[in-house]
Design a protein around this ligand. Sequence first.
Ligand code: SAM
Length: 297
Amino acid sequence: MMENFENLLAQERFSLSGMEHILQHALEDICLAPDFEAAQMLEAVFGATRTDLLLGRSVTPTQQQKSELRRLLTGRLERKPLQYLLGKWEFYGREFFVGEGVLIPRPDTEILAQQVLDGIRDKKNPRILELCGGTGCLAITVALERPDAEVWCVEKSEEAYAYLVRNNEALAAGVKTVLGDALDINCVSGNFDCILSNPPYLTAQDMAELEPELSYEPVMALYGDADGLYFYREISRLWTGRLNPGGLFAYEIGMGQEEKVGGIMRQFGLNTICQTRDYSGIIRVLTSVRQETDVFA
Ligand SMILES: C[S@@+](CC[C@H](N)C(=O)[O-])C[C@H]1O[C@@H](n2cnc3c(N)ncnc32)[C@H](O)[C@@H]1O
């Protein structure tokens, strides 16, 4: 397969659809969507649109384009995530810089962004806190969708924090970024109208069975202790008391964690919990509005 790839690449001019076909074939054993990934590579290297591929447009590649396409394909065959190889990825319609050291934004996490935006719709100038920010995809999306909000975002990893700052600047989101520990309640001050988090939530068993691509992502972004629930316990214990009455608490959770995380939220005074499913029908987000009657531990 690499031979076909190199043969076509050696030609002075080739059709994009011919290259698309070779890439798809090379990728089909290692990924679920080889057609999507092949199209993404050709778009990144040649600016090829869907129409270019359908109409079989030809290109005369530069040496740089050839090397870049080779880097993408060999990287993918080594099971590096496409997102890291491309260096950017889309979340809620905007591009975020990504790379090794920071979790790749997932489409399912857009559900959490949407639940937060819906939940704060009627609040004017809300004060919002995201814990465990990574690229900043959540905090930055909320800040850009709600320019009247004051959005804070805490991230502990220095590598991830560098992406958070870079994305915040590139998208001019105005998020107040904090390099700090989400488990230290002094990392930010005051109370909030919304506290959200997509914390590390994989179990020890999940970590032992990671897909090769996931093993490139930082352990610190994935591992939530043996049972995957460490951050839900600690964040709920520490932060529910910092929610204003009527404020929204929102978590992304792993598959099948809804009963346990819901129990933790109740234990710390959030009694009415709403579940939202992701695009695959899995319960992915838990939200709770703090009632006047909720009693905090
Ligand atoms: C699952 S990732 C979520 C990233 C991003 N919010 C998203 O949804 O794509 C969890 C993030 O929490 C960060 N993290 C882990 N422990 C932390 C802690 N004690 N304080 C703050 N951030 C932490 C990791 O570095 C990682 O960026």
